[in-house]
Design a protein around this ligand. Structure first.
Ligand code: NAP
Ligand code: MG
Length: 477
């Protein structure tokens, strides 16, 4: 693990295994952090925050981020391969992360020299000048899931470096390798000791120690809503700030007037990309009745043609699930869907032939005739499973689309501009994608409504999450 600029073993001496979900092969033994390691990392982060790092000028932090961006770009093949080995995503996908990963770092670099407070006219009697300062919030505890290790790590480290915070990052136990390699690249870029610390370990131990730590000023968490609730409870001790990027059960709504040839692959990959292990996946596929049968048949045909396999094969479009726990969770939902009476149009069972036997492979699955009250229409599966639901009119689909405890992503497929605008306003979710799905950009904020969390990542809102606002009053007469 990386603490205070040095590579160290866990205080306990313990390690855990990281395995390849496509083959079951052992990739590495990783230092298993726990409370004592978190204490050391937080102390290093505090020392760095108060030390020379606090004197760095915005332009110096900008250069550091640009250098890190260059290093990530130079090592993108290696970082993409690490993601593929460690969590299974197809190499075609992890390679494609280049623009996003490097783009985020360059965006935060730009933001580093754009932070500013305001001068504010007040109405007090006499002459009192008032202005605000934007100051880094301090030591940030970052906790991430396994579904996109490279970009998730950068999403937490980038804004910290831009604002002058320091970080203790706990990667997910299922996929810690890319975060550790990024820690090395941070050192190579010249990130001072203690500014970025990476402590792998388990959620119940290292994660809990970090989120409850009295000297951590903020926790930036990405993961499930259940863990998010625990993070909020753990934060109460010192009332640290919390931002939460949680899960979803996002509606993707296809009107009969849509360009169906574009909507079929669009709505399919809104779920099957990354084997459905995407928080904002459009898993509740609402299709207007007039085209319901035609459309769901086409989606099922598309699903059956996707190439499922080991992510290292450049042809692979759908890789394995990340772990045996995730496999159990997803196959449980496949049987729940059958028991609830949904009609299976494609997939539906774990793949076990030949090499599939070694990994955690589930084929793209389409359930049709799903009712709103079924569990497969309400609960986040986090696997390649579409629940297709018919609807008849726009008011009805708005009401039903919003009838979920989540509010992360949403999609609308239509050629009618007024329908597009109506839906964009009416859907209670942090992102609405019209005639596309899952578009992401470093400058555009992303985050949740309702139980999908609070706070935003990307965009100028993201930087605010890492800043405190201080009001200054100066009596001049
Ligand atoms: P998770 O179980 O909530 O785990 C997320 C992280 O929290 C892991 O590092 C985990 O450690 C840690 N953790 C677990 N229990 C903890 C505790 N008591 N205290 C502190 N940390 C704890 O989620 P996951 O299964 O890894 O990821 C899937 C979930 O993440 C889905 O719900 C998905 O929607 C959500 N997600 C959201 C976004 C977004 O941007 N909104 C992006 C990706 C994923 P371990 O190493 O022990 O697992
Ligand atoms: Mg986990």
């Amino acid at each position: 693990m990386l603490i205070d600029g040095r590579w160290v073993a866990a205080a306990s001496g313990k390690t855990f295994e990281s395995r390849n979900p496509a083959t079951g092969e052992l990739l590495a033994r990783v230092a298993e952090g726990d409370r004592e390691d978190i204490d050391r990392a937080v102390a290093a982060a505090r020392k760095a925050f108060n030390g020379p790092w606090s004197k760095w000028k915005p332009a110096e932090r900008q250069l550091l981020l640009l250098k890190l961006a260059d290093l990530v770009e130079q090592h993108i093949e290696e970082l993409a391969a690490l993601d593929t080995f460690d969590m299974g995503a197809p190499i075609s996908r992890t390679r494609n992360n280049r623009q996003r990963a490097v783009g985020m770092l360059r965006y935060y670099a730009g933001m580093a020299t754009s932070l500013h407070g305001e001068t504010i006219e007040n109405s007090l009697v006499g002459e009192i000048f008032s202005y605000t300062l934007k100051e880094p919030v301090g030591v940030v505890g970052a906790i991430i899931p396994w579904n996109g290790p490279l970009t998730a790590t950068i999403w937490k480290i980038g804004p910290a470096l831009a604002t002058g915070c320091t970080v203790v990052l706990k990667p997910a136990e299922e996929a810690p390798l890319t975060s550790l390699r990024l820690g090395e690249l941070c050192l190579e870029a010249g990130v001072p000791p203690g500014v970025v610390n990476v402590v792998p370990g388990f959620g119940e131990t290292a994660g809990a120690a970090l989120s409850s730590h009295p000297d951590v000023d903020k926790v930036a968490f990405t993961g499930s809503h259940v863990t998010g609730q625990k993070i909020v409870q753990a934060s109460a001790g010192n009332l640290k700030r919390v931002s939460l990027e949680l899960g979803g059960k996002s509606p993707d709504i296809v009107f009969a007037d849509a360009d169906l040839d574009a909507a079929v692959p669009g709505a399919s990959m809104a779920v099957f990309a990354n084997s459905g292990q995407i928080c904002s996946a459009g898993t509740r596929l609402f299709v207007e009745k007039k085209v319901y049968e035609e459309f769901t048949d086409k989606v099922a045909r598309f699903a059956k043609n996707l190439k499922v396999g080991n992510g290292v094969n450049p042809e692979t479009q759908v890789g394995p699930l990340v772990s045996s726990e995730q496999l159990d969770r997803v196959t449980d939902y496949l049987s729940i869907g059958r028991q609830e009476g949904a009609k299976r149009l494609s997939g539906g069972e774990r793949l076990t032939d030949g090499d599939y036997q070694k990994g955690y492979f589930v084929p793209p699955t389409v359930f049709a005739d799903v009712r709103d009250d079924m569990r497969i229409a309400q609960e986040e599966i986090f696997g390649p499973v579409i629940s297709a639901i018919p609807f008849t009119d726009i008011d009805e689909v708005i009401q039903r689309g919003n009838a979920t405890t989540f509010g992360l992503g949403s999609g609308v497929w239509t050629r009618d501009v007024s329908k597009a605008h109506r839906l964009a306003k009416a859907i209670r979710a942090g992102s609405v994608w019209v005639n596309c799905y899952q578009a992401m950009d470093p400058a555009v904020p992303f985050g949740g409504y309702k139980m999908s969390g609070y706070g935003r990542e990307s965009g100028k809102q993201h930087l605010e999450e890492y800043l405190n606002v201080k009001a200054v009053w100066i009596k001049t007469a």
